[in-house]
Design a protein around this ligand. Structure first.
Ligand SMILES: *Cc1c(COP(=O)(O)O)cnc(C)c1O
Length: 366
């Protein structure tokens, strides 16, 4: 068997008739930017998450930048970000001249360890960016409590958590604003790039929209420093088509994760965990083992692709070297050497899931 880490070909083949119809509609109308598809998807997605305002943009990294700009975060400011994560949040903080302050991750959940946040807060701290990593919500009740106490903004990075929830409340509706990515491999992905800012604050939504449109409030009259970031009409139409299918896909991921968990528990393989009431949507199924590279090699030989998310903790990356001290984030530093992502996408067949279960089990027994 040959099991790639993601299978977008299969994903799109399953949707082919509906996609063809959508492409046809866009060709017929001839409108390629903006319009009712983009406005409609903004509304549909905001409704799905449970917030009033959505502003579509070019990608998830832009969404983070637009929010930071709208909060006037820049030179002299500090923003707390998790040490184990995709780089976008830290990157946009430093792009704007502010300083990313790396906080260590939770040893079991891989998200921000809320117990370690307060010592990082200084007079310069403006915001915290919790990342719902791998599809598990960060500890939002604790993070919001700390943020409110110190008057900090909370920007949720939801690029891996479309539909993940704590109780009945979905990620993207806890903080002051949230950034989503619709990169093709995300739980809800476009056929290209896309992103969105969500917020409950009407004036913030307005400001984000203005910045994303060259700082224009009305056409040709920029009133603030802006930039250009937009979602094209075709991507919005595709995302609108796919949104009603998201919950089913997430449930399929959870079913696959359940099978893995049943098969691999009671071993020295650390399985993903979730606090009670936290709904993990398994953007990634990440295990941890001190012999991670050997497990990966065993699976590669069996035709099963794996990946590492992420091989370097952010404070250890060359770009942050003069600034960050990796020793302040020992958990993230150690985990970077032990994490391994196993395929978990909804298009995996039952036979493929069984095969993965068997091949990992085989290695664990050795
Ligand atoms: C994918 C991702 C992003 C960036 O999204 P893009 O659309 O690729 O810019 C940001 N944060 C996290 C956690 C991600 O996984």
């Amino acid at each position: 068997m040959n099991i790639p880490f993601v299978n977008l070909r299969r994903h799109h083949q399953n949707l082919q008739p509906a996609l063809t119809q959508t492409f046809g509609r866009i060709i017929d109308r001839g409108q390629l930017m903006g319009g009712e598809e983009v406005a409609g998807f903004e509304q549909n997605f905001a409704d799905y998450i449970g917030v009033p305002y959505g502003v579509a943009c070019g990608n998830g990294t832009d969404a983070l930048e637009l929010i930071l700009r709208a909060f006037n975060i820049g030179t002299g400011d500090e923003v707390i970000v998790p040490a184990n994560a995709w780089m976008s949040a830290a990157e946009m903080v430093s792009l704007l001249g502010a300083t990313p302050v790396f906080a260590d991750t939770d040893p079991a959940y891989y998200t921000l360890n809320a117990d370690l946040l307060e010592p990082h807060i200084t007079a310069r701290t403006k915001a915290i960016i919790p990342i719902h990593l791998y599809g598990l919500p960060a500890d939002m009740p604790a993070i919001m409590r700390i943020a409110r106490k110190h008057d900090l903004k909370v920007i949720e990075d939801c690029a891996q958590s479309h539909g993940a929830a704590i109780g009945a409340q979905r990620t993207g509706s806890f903080g002051d604003a949230a950034a989503f990515s619709f990169y093709p491999t995300k739980n809800l992905g476009a056929m290209g790039d896309g992103g969105m800012v969500l917020t409950q604050d009407a004036s913030l939504a307005q400001k984000v929209r203005m910045i994303a449109q060259h700082g224009q409030r009305e056409k040709n009259v920029p009133v603030c420093q802006g930039r250009n970031s937009r979602m094209d009409t075709l991507q919005a139409a595709i995302l609108r088509l796919k949104l009603p299918l998201l919950d089913g896909w997430n449930q399929r991921r959870q079913t696959i994760a359940w099978h893995y968990r049943q098969a691999w528990q009671e071993n020295d393989l650390a399985l993903p965990e979730a606090p009670a009431g936290f709904d993990h949507i398994y953007h990634l199924f990440v295990v941890r083992h001190t012999q991670r590279d050997r497990l990966a090699a065993h699976l590669r030989q069996a035709g099963i692709a794996t990946e590492v998310h992420y091989p370097y903790a952010l404070p250890a990356m060359p770009v942050y070297q003069p600034l960050a001290d990796p020793a302040t984030c020992p958990v993230a530093m150690q985990q970077a050497n032990e994490l391994l992502s196993i395929p978990v996408y909804p298009e995996l067949t039952d036979a493929e899931v069984d095969y993965i279960v068997e091949k990992v089990g085989e290695w664990l027994k050795k």
